[in-house]
Design a protein. Structure first.
Length: 413
């Protein structure tokens, strides 16, 4: 009679597992969010938070059947504070995954802590190249491209299709600006162009006049790489100094990001940039996303809001793949690194073996559409890798892009 019954110990064990699983399902998933609320990058931090909160609102703060609690840490855009806030989120607030931080230098500052403590991190903005290249962190994945991923395309496009030969670069003097500029320079010069001047401005610079005054008058274009609200100041002063209409501006995605276009005027018209997103994309998922952002925040989404929304989509997919069991960190991290998104507003997004997205890169041109400044897509580079068209092994054998790229560069005097 008892031969068909499970042993009592096994029954008790199964019941215990069920109780533990049920307990986990009842507990909220604690998501840490590192953002910036003050300084030059605060506009991007606000937009990141808008994108993330929209995502959670659409799902009634539930993912994979579990409630989500969001714990926000303001880094102030300072590496030391970023590290302190990360420790607080993990050790005090007991978060199980972090979305953030915003800046490349912030992500580099917490890299060692994340590795040591095995904290899953999804980057919605920080594009520091080596975090998914030579020093890939197994606990770090990116929802956005590396710094140079879009600017590789811009360098080729500027040389081959815009026919520019001589270009000056002006960029924010921090890791993001350095890497954007280097990626542009590499492909621009490989396609027959020449970078003849580099100007580096501090991230918190108050006035660009002294830099604009140094731009060589015989260049074909200026490549501008700015983050946060710096693009607003630069383009306004560039026009005031009388250079608009004389020397075209081409740029990084963030210089004319949708999040700041609303604060620009005619000075932005005609600027050509490359990026992994444009609010003007016509697919159904993007139309829904743009409509929701306009409804809730009265602005089009851009680099920062789309980055955070995309990070949340990755989190959701990974959680579904492990049935909501974020407590199993190795399984959750493995699922996160294998994420493929088919309903992302950007289009199809997948991750490479190092945790960086492979996705379309769009060439955009600022136009006025329906009375509003818009980044209209004029060309698409499909399924672009962080290694561009280069052999991965050869790419990684070279030094990471830097302020001094290429090391032996001899600029014209």
């Amino acid at each position: 009679m008892t031969s068909n019954l499970l042993p009592r110990a096994l029954v008790a064990g199964l019941l215990a597992v069920g109780l533990v699983s049920a307990a986990h399902a009842a507990d909220p998933i604690r998501v840490g969010f590192l953002t910036i609320k003050s300084g030059a990058l605060a506009a991007g931090g606000k937009q990141m938070e808008d994108g993330l909160r929209l995502f959670l609102k659409e799902r009634n703060n539930m993912i994979a059947g579990r409630k989500v609690e969001l714990v926000v840490g303001d880094t102030g855009g300072q590496p030391a504070i970023t590290k302190t806030k990360t420790q607080e989120l993990v050790e005090k607030d007991k978060v199980q995954v972090i979305i953030g931080p915003l800046a490349a230098f912030e992500a580099l500052a917490i890299d060692d802590y994340v590795r040591k403590n095995e904290i899953p991190v999804i980057s919605p903005s920080a594009a520091a190249e080596d975090l998914t290249q030579r020093k890939a962190n197994p606990w770090f994945v990116r929802a956005v491209g590396t710094s140079a991923q879009p600017s590789h395309a811009m360098g080729e496009y500027a040389a081959k299709e815009m026919k520019f030969k001589r270009v000056a670069i002006i960029a924010d003097d921090f890791a993001f600006g350095h890497e954007i500029a280097a990626g542009f320079q590499r492909t621009f010069e490989e396609n027959g162009g020449k970078v003849v001047q580099k100007l580096w401005s501090p991230l918190n610079v108050a006035d660009y006049g002294t830099y604009i005054g140094q731009i060589k008058p015989d260049v074909d274009a200026v490549f501008a790489a700015f983050a946060g609200g710096n693009g607003i100041k630069f383009l306004k002063q560039y026009s005031e100094y009388g250079l608009k209409g004389k020397i075209p501006v081409i740029s990084a995605m963030t210089t004319v990001d949708e999040g700041i276009l609303k604060s620009m005027g005619d000075e932005a018209l005609g600027v050509v940039s490359t990026g992994w997103y444009a609010a003007s994309l016509g697919n159904p998922d993007n139309k829904k996303f743009v409509a929701a952002m306009n409804r809730d925040y009265q602005q089009d989404p851009g680099y920062y809001s789309m980055g955070a929304y995309g990070a949340a989509l990755m989190l959701e997919q990974a959680l579904k793949d492990v049935n909501g069991k974020i407590e199993d960190k190795p399984a959750f991290m493995a699922a996160l690194r294998k994420v493929q998104l088919v309903h992302d507003p950007r289009g199809k997004v997948s991750l490479d073996a190092l945790g960086n997205p492979v996705m379309d890169i769009y060439v955009r041109k600022v136009e006025r559409v329906g009375g509003k400044l818009t980044n209209s897509v004029i060309k698409t580079y499909p399924a672009v890798s962080q290694f561009w068209t280069y052999n991965k092994k050869d790419f990684l054998a070279n030094p990471v892009y830097s302020r001094d790229y290429p090391p032996a560069l001899n600029l014209e005097k």
